[in-house]
Design a binder for this molecule. Structure first.
Ligand SMILES: C[S@@+](CC[C@H](N)C(=O)[O-])C[C@H]1O[C@@H](n2cnc3c(N)ncnc32)[C@H](O)[C@@H]1O
Ligand code: SF4
Length: 294
């Protein structure tokens, strides 16, 4: 009953924020009256990995810094009024000192909280803190980036220990279920490239075997600066523009997506394709654009 009342309260807040935002937009206010529906916070730009498609492996003078705790405290009144809060950006939240402070500050609000992690630091202690924060800080979704269904491809892309991170995910899901919690929902992510496309179907099976709540696919971001990136892992060269799915004929990508959907249907696991729903941008035009840029 209490939960029902809380849900009703947060529904009202959510409608209120949506309504106010819409009104600000329609009236053309440059100084808005409404509260934000969502706030995305980049809590750190530091990371313990150097994935081949990321700034950490490609930008030599990349600045790794954590958000100042005093700045996080100043965000409190804004965070409290938002419907949902997300941590995102080019860094690893679970490796950053301010992450725990952030969870504490979130506990003063009444919103949903989501974040993305590489999962390598998701040990027993962090598992307990995160599961408790489902109640205290409204943690709804944890997305864990793997980008591979095999240890070989995982090492190529992420340069870390696949078996360890898979165990971390398994333990996290098992512990959540043991505590009979419905949240946080757990997702695994694959950022698709030429190298891992052939593992997409197996990735769905992996998600099912781990007991996660769903699997997400996205494609490499094709903003211009990244297309020139080239990095090596051992004797393997990752050439960014050659790794973009735009290099693969549309019908081949479509076949893979179809197989993934069929497999997901058979296994009964939700699967999402960010920007890939109907092959989105992937088409001959974007291939021409990509080649021109390079
Ligand atoms: C930048 S990471 C930050 C969070 C955390 N460190 C992680 O790896 O999940 C967030 C997501 O961006 C994805 N990503 C990294 N580089 C990308 C790129 N060049 N294009 C598209 N997605 C990328 C990662 O695979 C990951 O799922
Ligand atoms: S773990 Fe995330 S932030 Fe770190 S290098 Fe990989 S993609 Fe980038």
């Amino acid at each position: 009953m209490v939960r029902l009342v809380e849900d009703f309260d947060s529904l009202i807040t959510s409608c209120k924020n949506a309504f106010e935002n819409r009104a600000d937009f329609l009236v053309g206010r440059t100084q808005v009256c409404g509260s934000p529906r969502g706030i995305c916070v980049i809590i750190t730009s530091a990371c313990n990995l150097k994935c081949v498609m990321c700034h950490h492996a490609n930008v030599p003078d990349w600045k790794s810094v954590d958000m100042d705790i005093e700045v996080i405290k100043k965000l409190e009144s804004y965070l409290r009024r938002a419907d949902f809060v997300e941590i995102n950006g080019v860094g690893e939240p679970l490796g950053s000192l301010p992450f725990m402070n952030f969870l504490e500050i979130l506990s003063s609000g009444d919103h949903g909280f989501n974040f993305v992690t590489n999962g390598t630091l998701l040990d027993e202690k962090k598992t307990q803190v995160l599961l408790a924060s489902a109640t205290s800080a409204g943690l709804l979704n944890v997305s864990i980036s793997l980008d591979a269904a095999t240890k070989e491809t995982y090492y190529k892309i992420r340069g870390a220990n696949f078996n360890r991170v898979v165990e971390n995910i398994r333990n996290f899901v098992d512990e959540r279920n043991r505590q009979t919690r419905k949240t946080p929902k757990v997702w695994i992510n694959m950022t698709l490239s030429v190298t891992n496309l052939s593992e997409a179907e197996e990735f769905v099976k992996l998600g099912h075997d781990l007991g996660v709540d769903g699997v997400r696919f996205q494609k490499l971001n094709t903003t211009e600066d990244r297309l020139k990136w080239e990095t090596t892992r051992g004797d393997w060269v990752f050439n960014y523009s050659e790794q973009c799915l735009e290099n693969i004929p549309n019908n081949i990508v479509a076949q893979v997506i179809n197989r993934v959907k069929v497999r997901a249907g058979e296994l009964g696991i939700p699967v999402y394709f960010d920007e890939l729903k109907d092959l989105g941008e992937i088409g001959i035009e974007s291939l021409v654009r990509l080649k021109k840029k390079h």
